[in-house]
Design a binder for this molecule. Structure first.
Ligand SMILES: *[C@@H]1O[C@H](CO)[C@@H](O)[C@H](O)[C@H]1NC(C)=O
Ligand SMILES: *[C@@H]1O[C@H](CO)[C@@H](O)[C@H](O)[C@H]1NC(C)=O
Ligand SMILES: *[C@@H]1O[C@H](CO)[C@@H](O)[C@H](O)[C@H]1NC(C)=O
Ligand SMILES: *[C@@H]1O[C@H](CO)[C@@H](O)[C@H](O)[C@H]1NC(C)=O
Ligand SMILES: *[C@@H]1O[C@H](CO)[C@@H](O)[C@H](O)[C@H]1NC(C)=O
Length: 322
């Protein structure tokens, strides 16, 4: 009798334990990383993002991951029936800071399901934090700020937010602080991985990481429309050491312009001219007319890259009062 009761109690305890066990997510399995994005995109603000959610500025993140996969940059492979991302891929490592990291911030605010993140199998686990507490506080707080603003807007608490356009602008600004914070931190962390590529791919990656700073200053909207348009102009394969834009025979012209632009940015960003250049941009975006012009030109560039971007920006800087 006693024994039966004990077994019953044990059963109840085990049952309830297994029920409150959290979901486990392995971000090195492609589909599971995608599921993190799915949950993040479910944090909806129809007033600003539209009923279709296509103006949600986090749309840029899954679209980027898809391009990275399609172009071979994640170096994925089937392992035990699952499509795994290569931990040594620099693009995949950088993306960890734009998938798992924002997820953990949203999770801290209880805005997405609680999950346990699985550590990497091969790489030094200290490079990939698994919980809010273990991650870099500055990087996390920037993302928490974004999701907190989003929640406040959802609850209609942000009273000084004004029009839909102003709300969207404010969300973008806070998102870009978090986004560039993640990238800059990851860029330092994964320098070794970047240098595993041939000289052209690593130059492209480095240029890309710095290009994001320009997008941030211009407060570029990374919604579905804009990022899916940009995807088309991104190189469909990894670069080879002998790729010289604009003479890469198998790359469509827009992709060559993008590659040239990233090479330019990679070169300039290593010089003393880069910071003054960014400062000029920061100055002229304060002028609404110039901000408008920059946004238009950047959009035109992203949709149909013809001239390399630095060239275009130089012209705008020269024509704008500082
Ligand atoms: C995405 O952003 C661009 C630029 O702000 C805007 O013109 C476009 O309408 C937005 N897309 C959606 C679906 O709202
Ligand atoms: C990821 O890339 C692989 C290889 O290019 C491709 O077979 C697969 O369909 C891609 N998956 C997605 C979801 O795009
Ligand atoms: C992992 O990285 C940490 C910090 O970067 C370092 O202290 C540690 O020695 C590394 N561990 C291994 C096994 O390389
Ligand atoms: C919020 O703004 C509305 C009008 O925009 C105003 O009527 C209301 O008093 C404000 N509420 C708070 C708490 O400031
Ligand atoms: C967190 O990251 C910031 C920015 O990358 C850096 O300045 C700071 O030293 C980091 N903090 C710790 C505790 O590593």
């Amino acid at each position: 009798m006693m024994m039966k009761k004990l077994v019953l109690i044990l059963f109840v305890i085990l049952f309830s334990l297994s029920n409150c066990q959290e979901i486990t997510v392995d971000p090195w399995i492609f589909q599971e990383r995608v599921s993190l994005f799915d949950n993040l995109l479910e944090i909806h603000l129809p007033l600003v993002f539209g009923e279709s959610n296509e103006n949600n500025c986090l749309y840029g993140l899954p679209l980027q991951l898809n391009w990275q996969n399609r172009s071979g940059r994640l170096n994925g492979a089937m392992t035990n029936g699952k499509y795994r991302i290569d931990e040594y891929s620099w693009w995949a490592d950088m993306n960890y800071y734009l998938s798992v990291i924002p997820y953990l911030a949203a999770m801290e605010l209880n805005m997405v399901p609680q999950v346990n993140i699985v550590p990497p199998r091969f790489m030094n686990a200290s490079l990939f934090c698994l919980t809010y507490e273990k991650c870099n506080k500055t990087v996390m707080d920037n993302w928490v700020n974004y999701f907190r603003l989003l929640r406040n807007l959802q609850q209609g608490q942000q009273n000084n937010s004004g029009t839909v356009e102003e709300m969207n602008k404010q969300l973008l600004e806070i998102m870009w602080i978090a986004h560039t914070g993640s990238i800059n931190h990851a860029l330092m962390t994964f320098n070794t991985q970047l240098n595993l590529y041939n000289v052209k791919e690593s130059k492209f990656g480095f240029g890309w990481a710095n290009f994001v700073e320009i997008l941030s200053i211009i407060n570029f909207n990374t919604n579905y429309t804009q990022v899916s348009a940009m995807e088309i102009a991104l190189p469909f394969r990894l670069l080879k050491w002998y790729d010289f834009p604009p003479l890469i025979s198998d790359l469509p012209e827009p992709q060559q312009v993008i590659v040239s632009t990233m090479f330019d940015i990679a070169d300039v960003s290593k010089t003393i001219f880069w910071e003054p250049f960014l400062d000029s941009l920061r100055n002229i975006v304060k002028n609404p007319r110039c901000q408008e012009m920059l946004n238009r030109q950047l959009q035109a560039f992203v949709y149909h890259p013809v001239n390399t971007l630095l060239f275009i920006l130089k012209d705008i800087i020269l024509s704008c009062p500082q």
